[in-house]
Design a protein around this ligand. Structure first.
Ligand code: NAD
Ligand code: MG
Length: 391
C-alpha cells in the first residue's frame, strides 16, 4: 500500500487523481487531502476516501469542515494554513505527493515533498518555473522522484530513454513541445481585445481550472511549459520547438539525431499522465477511453504566432535572463490573470502588464527560497500598481 497526499484535491487535477486512485483502493491509501476554501467538496472527498488529515487554507474554512465531519463521526485531523501543507507533504507514511495546487501558493509544499524524498507528481508547474535550479537540486540531493503530470512533459518523459542524463547523451536533437493553441488560435489581434473570461476559459480540448485556462488562451501556459521543460530535461529554449497541434492527440515529441521522432499519443484526458506517474514504471488502467485511429480527425501542425501571443516571447526571454526573472514573470502573470478574470483588465493587456513588470523589476540570482519569494511578492505589487494606473 502506497500512502498518497493530494495537494489541491478539489481542483481539476485533484479530482482526476482521486478518480484514478478510486480504482485501486488496495494499492493506494489517501493520507491527506487539501483545498483552498471549497469546504463542501473537500468534505465529500473526506467521507469517501477517509484520509488521516485534511487541510484548508484558513481557520474559518477548517472550522466549518471540522463541524461537518464531527456529525459523521469520522476521525480526520483538520488543519489550516500553508505550513500545514508542508507538514502533510512531509509525513513519514507518505510515499507519493500529487502537487496540484495552482500557482505560487503551491511552491513551499511542493518543495517540502522534494526535500523529504517523496515521489513528486508535478502538476503545479508554477512551482518549478519559480524555483528552477533550487527545486531540481533538492530533488537530486534528497533522492526524490520527480514525475511530470503536465501532459506535454509526461509525453516527453515517456518518449525519452529510461536513463536520461542530457539531450546530448541521449542523442536527442530537439524536444517538440506541442500545444493546442487554445480557444483563440484563429482570432485576430483586434478580436482578442474584447474577449471575456468565459470565452477564454472555454478550452476546445481540455477541461481545466480557470487560471490555467486563461494561460492556455494567452499561450502563457506554453511559455511556462517551455521553462518547465528546460528544468525537467536540463536544456534551453534553443533545443525546444513549440509546435501548435490543435487536436491535442499528440501530447509532445522527441526528435533524435538519427531522424527518429518518438511521440506519446492519447485522448486529451489528464487521467493518462496521472496513472502513468502513479504507477511508473508499471502501467495501470486509467479509465481513459482508447484512441481509435479509424475514427480520428486529421492531425494538423502550425508554427506558433509570437505576434498575437506575446506571452510566448516573454517566457522565453525570462528563462534566457535566468535568476528570478521566471518568478517575476509568473507573479505578474498570476496578478494579471486574476485581474482579467475579475473583468478589470482586458485580455490583450495581460502581456503588457507582464512585460512592464519585468521591465521595472530587476532579476537576480535565484539562490535562496527567500530571495525567490521576495521577488515574487515585489513583482505582484508592481503588477498591481501597473494595472491600477491603466484603469
Ligand atoms: P484548479 O483551479 O482546478 O484547482 C486548484 C486546486 O488548488 C484546488 O484544490 C484549490 O482549492 C487549490 N488552491 C487554489 N488556490 C490555493 C491557495 N492559495 N492555497 C492552497 N490551495 C489552493 O486548478 P487545476 O486545473 O487542477 O490546476 C492545478 C495545477 O495543475 C496548476 O498548476 C496547473 O497549471 C496544473 N495543470 C493542470 C492541468 C489540467 O488539466 N487541469 C494540466 C496540466 C497542468
Ligand atoms: Mg500542459
Amino acid at each position: 500500500m502506497k500512502g498518497i497526499v493530494i495537494l489541491g484535491a478539489t481542483g481539476s487535477i485533484g479530482v482526476n487523481t482521486l478518480d484514478v486512485i478510486s480504482r485501486y483502493q488496495n494499492d493506494y491509501r489517501v493520507v491527506a487531502l487539501s483545498a483552498h476554501r471549497q469546504v463542501d467538496r473537500l468534505y465529500q472527498q473526506c467521507l469517501r476516501f477517509k484520509p488521516e488529515y485534511a487541510v484548508m487554507s484558513d481557520a474559518a474554512s477548517a472550522e466549518q469542515l471540522k463541524a461537518k465531519l464531527s456529525h459523521d463521526a469520522v476521525d480526520i485531523e483538520v488543519l489550516a494554513g500553508s505550513e500545514a501543507l508542508e507538514t502533510i507533504a512531509s509525513l513519514e507514511q507518505v510515499d507519493i505527493v500529487m502537487a496540484a495546487i495552482v500557482g505560487a501558493a503551491g511552491l513551499k509544499s511542493t518543495l517540502a515533498a522534494a526535500r523529504h524524498g517523496k515521489r513528486v507528481l508535478l502538476a503545479n508547474k508554477e512551482a518549478l518555473v519559480m524555483s528552477g535550479q533550487l527545486f531540481m537540486d533538492e530533488v537530486k540531493k534528497n533522492n526524490a522522484e520527480l514525475l511530470p503530470i503536465d501532459s506535454e512533459h509526461n509525453a516527453i518523459f515517456q518518449s525519452m530513454p529510461e536513463h536520461y542524463e542530457s539531450l546530448q547523451q541521449a542523442g536527442i536533437a530537439k524536444i517538440l513541445l506541442t500545444g493546442s493553441g487554445g480557444p483563440f488560435r484563429q482570432r485576430s489581434l483586434s478580436e482578442l481585445s474584447g474577449v471575456t473570461p468565459d470565452q477564454a476559459c472555454a478550452h476546445p480540448n481540455w477541461s481545466m481550472g480557470r487560471k490555467i485556462s486563461v494561460d492556455s488562451a494567452t499561450m502563457m501556459n506554453k511559455g511556462l511549459e517551455l521553462i518547465e521543460a528546460c528544468w525537467l530535461f536540463d536544456t534551453d529554449p534553443d533545443h525546444i520547438q513549440i509546435v501548435v497541434h490543435p487536436q491535442s492527440i499528440i501530447h509532445s515529441m522527441v526528435q533524435y539525431i538519427d531522424g527518429s521522432v518518438l511521440a506519446q499519443l492519447g485522448q486529451p484526458d489528464m487521467r493518462t499522465p496521472i496513472a502513468h506517474a502513479l504507477a511508473w514504471p508499471e502501467r495501470i488502467d486509467s479509465g481513459v477511453e482508447m484512441l481509435d485511429f479509424f475514427n480520428m480527425q486529421q492531425l494538423e501542425f502550425e508554427k506558433p504566432d509570437y505576434q498575437r501571443f506575446p506571452c510566448l516571447r516573454l517566457a522565453e526571454e525570462a528563462i534566457r535572463t535566468g535568476g528570478t526573472a521566471p518568478a517575476i514573470l509568473n507573479a505578474a502573470n498570476e496578478v494579471a490573470v486574476a485581474s482579467f478574470l475579475d473583468e478589470e483588465l482586458a485580455f490583450t493587456d495581460i502581456p503588457l502588464v507582464i512585460e512592464e513588470t519585468l521591465h521595472q523589476r530587476q532579476s537576480r540570482a535565484a539562490t535562496t527560497l527567500d530571495d525567490i519569494i521576495a521577488d515574487d511578492m515585489a513583482a505582484r505589487e508592481t503588477a498591481e500598481q501597473i494595472i491600477k494606473s491603466r484603469v
